[in-house]
Design a protein around this ligand. Structure first.
Ligand SMILES: [Zn+2]
Length: 304
């Protein structure tokens, strides 16, 4: 029987075991999580890479040791551009930029007596893979926006390319400079949690959205901009890749108003063959990312 370990490293680290059940991979047993407090969103910022490897190994090793079956691979989802095993950029976890993160982690595990390949992939791609796998739709295109500190755009099947949809330019205003990557006018510079803190120095994101509800004009304008930015990102994805289903997940779906998003999107996509899209909010579920990381790793190894 095939088994794998899936790990998602975003604002926190979650890891779990996957096993095949009736031709489908499923997450079995408890997920391990660091930090334990889900409200802590900056725990990994500034942690050194060797501390990250230690933390990951301390979560992965017990999972491997508790498996009765051979673990074929470990899949690790990371927040950044991943190509050919290298994290080419990671604006929200800068310490892993330029590193062959999977190979390095595999070496750390080997030093602890466990020889297993480690496959890395973009965190939003892992969510798309997990959703596709859970729905039995691994043969269909799935696209997902993850709304967190950064804005991720994930696709399954994973295809060659960069796909940094969160850095789609949606504004030509030179004052739009809050993106974690430093680029002007990006979706993440408007919608990202950290970008919102930089824009409203004296307010937390939840306070901004609450103030908008109670009529504060500046906050209301911003909430509208926030939704228009996401609509623009979807519109661009539709104009390039066609209509279809978009999922939204991540901690900040709590701010997302689908009706408002749809109103803006309808004004941006006017060609009738492109209007058959659908929009769906999915509560953040660590198990989906863990599943997707493991499934993508197995597919990359051609083990499943
Ligand atoms: Zn950017």
């Amino acid at each position: 029987m095939t088994s794998a370990i899936g790990v998602a490293m975003t604002e926190h680290i979650v890891a779990g075991s996957l096993q095949e059940d009736n031709g489908q991979m499923t997450v079995v047993g408890e997920l391990s999580r660091f930090p334990a407090d889900a409200a802590e969103t900056e725990a990994l910022v500034g942690v050194t890479t060797s501390e990250l490897y230690e933390q990951l190994a301390s979560q992965i090793l017990p999972l491997i040791q508790s498996q009765q079956h051979r673990v074929a691979t470990v899949g690790v989802a990371v927040p950044g551009v991943v190509r050919n095993g290298v994290v080419e950029d990671a604006p929200n976890l800068t310490q892993i930029k330029g590193i062959r993160f999977g190979d390095e982690l595999a070496a750390v595990l080997r030093n602890r007596g466990v020889d297993v390949p480690v496959h890395i992939l973009n965190d939003a791609d892992a969510v798309a893979a997990g959703l596709a796998s859970r729905g039995g739709n691994l043969d269909r295109m799935t696209r997902v926006w993850t709304l967190g500190n950064g804005i991720g755009y994930g696709r399954w099947p994973i295809s060659d390319g960069v796909w940094e949809g969160g850095h789609t330019v949606v504004s030509l205003d030179p004052k739009e400079r809050f993106c974690g990557c430093g680029g002007l006018g990006h979706i993440e510079g408007i919608m990202g949690n950290r970008a919102m803190r930089l824009r409203f120095m004296d307010m937390e994101p939840e306070e901004i959205f609450a103030a908008a509800k109670s009529g504060d004009a500046r906050c209301r304008d911003f909430v509208d901009l926030w939704h228009r930015a996401l609509a623009a990102g979807c519109a661009t994805a539709i104009h390039l890749g066609g209509p279809g289903r978009f999922y939204f997940t991540g901690m900040n779906i709590r701010f997302l108003d689908l009706k408002l998003l749809r109103e803006h999107l309808e004004k941006m996509v006017r060609m009738s063959p492109l209007q058959s899209y659908s929009l769906e909010i999915l509560p953040s579920e660590d198990a989906v990312s863990v599943l997707g990381a493991g499934v993508a790793a197995l597919r990359a190894q051609r083990e499943w």
